[in-house]
Write a protein that binds this ligand. Structure first.
Ligand code: 5AD
Ligand code: SF4
Length: 442
């Protein structure tokens, strides 16, 4: 290959975003230059998501657009969850693809590039049994202030709707020494916020003799000198123990936010999803957070229209929203996925009904968010400044409780504030964000 340029587009969750950072790091180290459009690139990579059918279809529609470029020197690679799920079938469906590589094989990405450069047009990395998932030597981080650290890969749960155990394989935790060393390295190179990642971070179990659980790891990472914020995602309510709340309570570096996906407010549906908790057990976790030493923002994921979900079940989900009052939520229509248990379940909910339930749910949540955000007007919150919106003459900030709080600041239109922590007084609110003015005394 000549000029060695690449383009990468990433779909899906933060795990994928971080995986792409590793892939980009490897490519840069091999002398490739990143370009902004697929047209300008010789190597075009899609890091894919297969959590719902819509996400999966995106990559095939992207590939379709470039079908005519096949054989003109452009090389296409499919990475991530669709790669792992569909494997070599991708070569049949999109014959202009030359590389199919799942997330557990990124440590071998450099070797795969060598094969591609040597002219091999059917290169695969699909094994799930690698032991060295975590340590890719090169990682190119996108954001200069917030860094992701993977602490656990894969998932051992078997939620009836979920493809992840098939695309990311069984659980593997990283040693605490390796996590701590990376946290220290990041702090030394100027990062102030760390986000710990895993499909189910709560089931983290240090494989080294130290044997730390997740709460211990969280507490220790938060003690890293120079680190001002630590977040984590994502949690599974079954493994979310009280010690995690205690650790958060004892150190404000651990951010004021918990994402605790509930999926449904009906214990009957939860059982059929194989979520391993009831509504009451979930509510006990919510109580821990509501009675904690400081307020925590609570967000969740909900699926509507799971097979067999009745109007009564759905009503229980709506009641749960009123009872918990989430600060934000992601809601989805159930999407049947390959290999999963729910595929064989009877009583599918019709598409129009799923759509109807989704709209009702989102409308209810919108009203809750309008109310909750309005209650913050007048308060002062510290934000990490992430950027600047020149058109609105505002700085873009994020609060510890994971709200977007954009603000005006009297001095200057330079980049000066990006990466800094600034106190901001909230003056206006909407359903999804806050606006304020800097409360720095100048
Ligand atoms: N259909 C719809 N939503 C799903 N999710 C996971 N699998 C499916 C599916 N098959 C949702 C869950 C999960 C979030 C990441 O995606 O709510 O928490
Ligand atoms: Fe999508 Fe799940 Fe894969 Fe993340 S782990 S990219 S959400 S399928």
């Amino acid at each position: 290959m000549s000029g060695k340029t690449f383009y990468i587009e990433t779909f899906g969750c933060q795990m994928n975003v971080h995986d792409s950072e590793k892939v980009v790091g490897t490519l840069l180290a091999k002398g490739y230059a990143q370009v902004d459009t697929p047209e300008a690139a010789e190597l075009v990579l899609y890091n894919t998501c297969s959590i719902r059918d819509k996400a999966e279809q995106k990559v095939f529609s992207r590939l379709q657009q470039f079908k005519r470029d096949a054989g003109k020197g452009k090389i296409f690679g499919v990475l991530g969850c669709v790669a792992q799920q569909e494997g070599e079938k991708i070569f049949d469906r999109a014959p202009h693809v030359s590389l199919v590589c799942g997330s557990a094989s990124y440590t071998k990405f450099g070797e795969m590039l060598v094969q591609i450069e040597a002219g091999n047009r059917r290169v695969t990395g699909l094994s799930l049994d690698t032991e060295e998932t975590f340590d890719t030597p090169f990682t190119s981080r996108d954001n200069p202030h917030r860094a992701y650290i993977t602490i656990i890969e894969g998932c051992d749960k078997s939620c009836a709707y979920c493809v992840v155990p098939f695309t990311r394989g069984p659980e593997r935790s990283r040693t605490s020494q390796s996590v701590m060393a990376e946290a220290r390295r990041l702090a030394e190179s100027g990062y102030t916020e760390i986000q710990l990642l895993g499909q189910n971070v709560n089931s983290y179990r240090d494989p080294s003799p130290a044997g730390w659980d997740f709460a211990t790891l969280l507490a220790r990472v938060a003690e890293t000198a120079g680190i001002r914020r630590v977040r984590y995602t994502t949690s599974h309510p079954r493994d979310f123990v009280k010690e995690i709340v205690d650790a958060m309570d004892s150190n404000p570096v651990l951010c004021d936010h918990v994402h605790l996906p509930v999926q449904s407010g009906s214990s009957r549906v939860l059982a059929s999803m194989d979520r391993l908790y009831t509504r009451d057990q979930y509510m006990r976790r919510v109580e821990w957070l509501k009675t904690a030493r400081r307020p925590y923002a609570l967000t969740t994921d909900i699926i509507v229209g799971f097979p067999g979900e009745t109007e009564v079940d759905f009503q229980q989900t709506l009641d749960l929203l009123d009872e918990v009052e989430y600060d934000s939520l992601f809601s989805f229509k159930y999407s049947p996925r390959p290999n999963t248990a729910a595929l064989a379940m009877p009583d599918a909910v019709p598409e129009e009904e799923k759509q109807r339930r989704l709209a009702i749910l989102q409308e209810k949540q919108r009203a809750i968010q309008i109310r909750r955000n309005a209650a913050l007007i007048g308060s002062v919150k510290e934000v990490l400044v992430e950027g600047r919106n020149v058109a609105l003459d505002q700085w873009i900030g994020r609060t510890s409780d994971n709200r977007t709080l954009n603000f005006t600041h009297p001095a200057g239109d330079s980049d000066g504030l990006v990466g800094q922590y600034v106190p901001v007084r909230v003056t206006r609110s909407g359903p999804n964000s806050l606006v304020g003015e800097s409360a720095i005394v100048v």
